[in-house]
Design a protein around this ligand. Structure first.
Ligand SMILES: Nc1nc2c(ncn2[C@@H]2O[C@H](COP(=O)(O)OP(=O)(O)OP(=O)(O)O)[C@@H](O)[C@H]2O)c(=O)[nH]1
Ligand SMILES: [Mg+2]
Length: 259
């Protein structure tokens, strides 16, 4: 009997990928996102939505899709509806734990659910793990082939400054420390838990993973504008400065302390 190289070499066997989708009021985005992620899957793949009881009923859209897409005992779509907890980082961490310990995922991926991170880019991140041997991969706007066409000049400039600051103090191996579009082997998340409450968790994760000896890499992607729903991050200068201050504090802490 013929065996494909994937079956013959367990090192190349494709582990189950779970894409965690943290949502708060993404009712108009979540269906195309779920269908897009599943349609582009290279390997066994499920999505797990962690919704913080969105008033717009995002979770109801997910429940309908579960009824349609989970057939024959196979779970392709799952939902965690948190009624008494809010927050992006804790939602992602909850998703990671559930993906690994309840669904047996070998690779966990996550992304924003405003369709700014294209579902078609998910396989690029997974390939960097399965084919190129990375342990943790960040989708990057700031490497050749990547771009940010979602944000205006002010937001792009602040992101550039924060990332240059991070590269200077924490290492130039990563160019998009605030990516938020991540894929990693379960082994990384069994060792490292997310810290922080918004985007700063990403800087912290990428640095601690590298320091723990994991292979961290980047894959280019193009960040496109949200077309439905509202941004959870304000678009004015004050909001960006508040966010920027947290990012800068995280960078300084990591530069001074080695943990
Ligand atoms: N579960 C959960 N998800 C959240 C929460 N806050 C934000 N999100 C999700 O986090 C992702 C990022 O939020 P966005 O509104 O796109 O904010 P952003 O990317 O920082 O800002 P933009 O650059 O304007 O897009 C989206 O999928 C949100 O639905 C929260 O409190 N709980
Ligand atoms: Mg966004």
């Amino acid at each position: 009997m013929d065996e494909s190289p994937m079956q013959a070499n367990p090192a190349h066997a494709a582990p189950m990928v779970c894409t965690v989708l943290p949502t708060y009021n993404e009712g108009d985005n979540i269906e195309p996102l779920i269908r897009g992620v599943l349609a582009h899957a290279l390997t066994p793949h499920m999505v797990l939505v962690v919704d913080d009881d969105s008033p717009d009923g995002t979770w109801q859209v997910v429940e309908r899709l579960m009824g349609e897409l989970n057939r024959g005992g196979e779970v392709r779509v799952a939902l965690l509806r948190r009624r008494h907890e809010r927050g992006l980082t804790s939602a992602i961490q909850r998703g990671i734990d559930t993906a690994i310990h309840t669904f047996g995922a070998g690779i966990v991926t996550w992304m924003d659910c405003d369709l700014s991170m294209p579902p078609a880019s998910v396989p690029d991140l997974v390939r960097a793990i399965v084919e190129d041997g990375a342990d943790l991969v960040a989708g990057s706007r700031w490497v050749p082939g990547g771009a940010d066409i979602a944000h205006g000049l002010m937001a792009r400039s602040l992101s550039w400054i924060i990332n240059r600051f991070a590269m200077l103090l924490l290492g130039a191996q990563v160019h998009d420390y605030t990516s938020g579009f991540i894929s990693g082997r379960a082994a990384v998340f069994e060792r490292i838990r997310l810290r922080g409450d918004y985007g700063e968790y990403c800087i912290d994760l990428l640095v601690r993973a590298r320091r723990a000896g994991f292979a961290v890499s980047e894959v280019a992607y193009v960040c496109v504008p949200r077309t439905a729903g509202d941004s959870k991050t304000g678009a004015n200068l004050w909001d960006y400065l508040v966010k920027g201050r947290k990012y800068a504090a995280t960078i300084l802490r990591l530069a001074v302390q080695r943990y």
